[in-house]
Design a binder for this molecule. Structure first.
Ligand code: UN1
Length: 497
C-alpha cells in the first residue's frame, strides 16, 4: 500500500502535497508523508463568507434533492473505500481493518442521511383554541463548523457533514493538524459528488486547514451558528464558552473514561474479547476505549489472568501488516503522557506499558498495552489518558460497582457483562450507568451509526450520528394558524377595544 498509489486512486495531486508550511508525518515510522498549507485568518474569513452564500442557496433546495448529493457521496466512498482506508492508516496509524471500518462508518451515515432527507419530520400539536392548528417545522440553520480529532480523521466529519448537508446547511471542516491529508481526500470526493449531481453551490463543504488558532477563529465567528467539536475535554472547555457567549449552539463530543463491569454470571470468554479490543484496539486512542475494568471479586482470579494471557498474544506492529491488532501511538507526546500516567500509579501493579519496536522504528511510538491492577479500595482514576492503559478494580456488590463506574467526571460509554437480567436492567436504569452509552454484553467502543452518539458530564452532552441527532443541525419553528373568524387569546385573556 504505497502512499503515491493511494493518493492517485483518490485523485489527489501528489505534487501539491509536498509544499506548504505544515509537515504531516505518519505515526507508522515518523516519516513525513506530505506538507500542506495552513489558511491565514483572512482566508478563513473568506471561507466563512463563502459558506454563508452557499447556505443561502442550499437551504432552498428540497431535502430529498439534498439527499441525492449524499447518496452519490456514499457511492464515491464505496468506490474508494480501500484507498481512503489505507490513507487513514498511513496518516493516523490505526490498523488497516479499522481504517476500512472508519470508511464503512462514513458509508453507513451517508445511507442514514439519505433516508433522513425524506424524513425531517415535524409535529402537529393540539391547540387549546377552536379553529386553530399548531405545528412544528424544522428548517436549515446555517453554516456548521466541524472540528475533528486525529483518531477518527474522516468518520467524525461524515457524521456531522452528512446530516448537516441533508438538513440544508453548508459545512466548514477544521480537521486535526495531524491528519489534514485524509481531510483533503474527503473534500475531493465531496466535490466530485457535487459535480456529478449538479446544482450544488460552490463552497457547500470547505476545509479550514491549520492549528488551534484557526479553530478558535471559526468557533468565535457569529456567522457559524453551530459548532460540532470532537476532541479532548480541555479543547471543549475552550470551545463551549466561546460559542455560548455568542449564543451559538455547540455539539461537544469530548473525553471518555469508559468502564466495563464484569459480574459473576458473565460469559468470561466473551468478556475477555470485548475488554481486549476495547482497551487495546486503536492503541487505546478512541474516545470510547475501555479505560477501567470493574471485576466482581468472585471471578477476579479467573478473569484477570485470562485477560493478561490474551494481552500477551496481541500483535503490535505496522498497522498495514495483516494480523496486527495494535499500531503506534499518534506521536511522542502521546507516548510521554502514557508514561507519565503509569509513573503516577502509586499503589497499583503495572504490567506492560513499555515502548517496543524502537530499533525498527526509532521515530515512532509503539507500546505494549498496559494493565494496572488497583487495590480493593480507592477512588477510580479520574483522567483520560489517550493510550492503551486499563485500570482494573475488584468490586463486591453491584451498587458499589455502579458507584465506581459513575464516579468519574466523564460520561461517554459503559458496559456490563452479565447473564443476570436484574443486574443488566439495573445497570441500564436511572439507578445505573450515567453515561450516554450503556451496553450489555458488548464492549464500550464500536458504536453503530443508528444510535445517537455522545455522552454526559465532561463528555460535553452533544449527540451526533443516528436517532434524532439531526435536530442539532436545524432550527425549529412553532407555528399557530388561526383558520376561524375569532381571535381568542391563549390563557383566557380577554380585552375590550
Ligand atoms: C471517537 O473516538 O471519537 O464507537 C469516536 C466507536 C466509534 C466512534 C469513536 N464508532 O468507537
Amino acid at each position: 500500500m504505497k502512499l503515491t498509489d493511494v493518493l492517485d486512486n483518490l485523485g489527489l495531486d501528489i505534487s501539491a502535497l509536498d509544499r506548504g508550511d505544515l509537515s504531516v508525518t505518519s505515526p507508522i515510522d515518523g516519516g513525513e508523508i506530505g506538507r500542506v498549507t495552513a489558511h491565514s485568518a483572512a482566508q478563513a474569513d473568506a471561507i466563512i463568507a463563502k459558506s454563508q452564500e452557499a447556505f443561502q442557496q442550499w437551504k432552498l433546495v428540497p431535502a430529498p434533492k439534498r439527499g441525492e448529493l449524499i447518496r452519490v457521496l456514499g457511492n464515491k466512498l464505496r468506490e474508494h473505500k480501500e484507498a481512503l482506508g489505507a490513507l487513514v492508516t498511513l496518516e493516523c496509524g490505526k490498523i488497516f481493518q479499522e481504517g476500512l471500518g472508519e470508511v464503512q462508518e462514513m458509508i453507513d451515515i451517508c445511507d442514514l442521511a439519505v433516508g433522513l432527507s425524506r424524513q425531517l419530520h415535524g409535529l402537529t400539536i393540539a391547540s387549546e383554541r377552536p379553529g386553530h392548528r399548531m405545528s412544528e417545522t424544522w428548517h436549515p440553520i446555517g453554516p456548521v463548523g466541524i472540528i475533528s480529532a486525529f483518531n477518527f480523521p474522516v468518520a467524525v466529519w461524515s457524521w456531522n457533514a452528512a446530516l448537516a448537508v441533508v438538513c440544508g446547511n453548508s459545512v466548514i471542516w477544521k480537521p486535526s493538524e495531524k491528519t489534514p491529508i485524509t481531510a483533503i481526500a474527503c473534500q475531493k470526493l465531496f466535490e466530485d459528488a457535487a459535480r456529478e449531481v449538479g446544482g450544488v453551490p460552490d463552497g457547500l463543504s470547505q476545509l479550514l486547514i491549520g492549528e488551534a488558532d484557526i479553530g478558535a477563529q471559526l468557533t468565535a465567528d457569529k456567522r457559524v451558528p453551530v459548532i460540532s467539536a470532537t476532541g479532548s475535554t480541555a479543547m471543549g472547555r475552550k470551545v463551549g464558552p466561546v460559542v455560548a457567549e455568542r449564543f451559538g449552539r455547540s455539539i461537544l463530543e469530548l473525553g471518555g473514561n469508559n468502564a466495563i463491569m464484569v459480574c459473576p454470571s458473565a460469559d468470561l470468554e466473551m468478556a475477555v474479547r470485548a475488554i481486549l479490543f476495547g482497551a487495546v484496539g486503536t492503541a487505546g486512542q478512541r474516545c470510547t476505549s475501555t479505560r477501567r475494568l470493574l471485576v466482581h471479586k468472585s471471578i477476579y482470579e479467573e478473569l484477570v489472568p485470562a485477560l493478561k494471557k490474551a494481552y500477551q498474544s496481541v500483535k503490535i506492529g505496522n498497522p498495514l501488516d495483516a494480523g496486527t491488532l495494535v499500531g503506534p501511538l499518534i506521536d511522542r507526546t502521546a507516548y510521554d503522557s502514557m508514561q507519565t500516567a503509569l509513573q503516577g500509579v502509586a499503589n497499583g501493579k503495572v504490567t506492560g506499558g513499555e515502548r517496543v519496536l524502537s530499533d525498527e522504528y526509532p521515530d515512532a511510538y509503539y507500546v505494549q498495552p498496559a494493565i494496572v491492577e488497583m487495590p480493593e479500595s480507592g477512588q477510580t482514576v479520574q483522567h483520560e489518558t489517550f493510550a492503551p492503559i486499563l485500570y482494573v478494580y475488584p468490586y463486591t456488590d453491584l451498587q458499589e460497582a455502579i458507584r465506581l463506574q459513575n464516579d468519574v467526571p466523564q460520561g461517554l460509554s459503559s458496559a456490563i457483562f452479565t447473564n443476570d437480567v436484574r443486574e443488566a436492567e439495573t445497570f441500564l436504569s436511572a439507578a445505573g450507568s450515567d453515561c450516554g452509552i450503556a451496553n450489555v454484553n458488548i464492549g464500550t467502543s464500536g458504536a453503530e451509526i443508528g444510535g445517537a452518539f455522545g455522552g454526559e458530564k465532561e463528555t460535553g452532552g452533544g449527540r451526533e450520528s443516528g436517532s434524532d441527532a439531526w435536530k442539532g443541525y436545524m432550527r425549529r419553528a412553532t407555528s399557530t394558524v388561526n383558520y376561524s373568524t375569532e381571535l381568542p387569546l391563549a390563557q383566557g385573556i380577554e380585552f375590550d377595544i
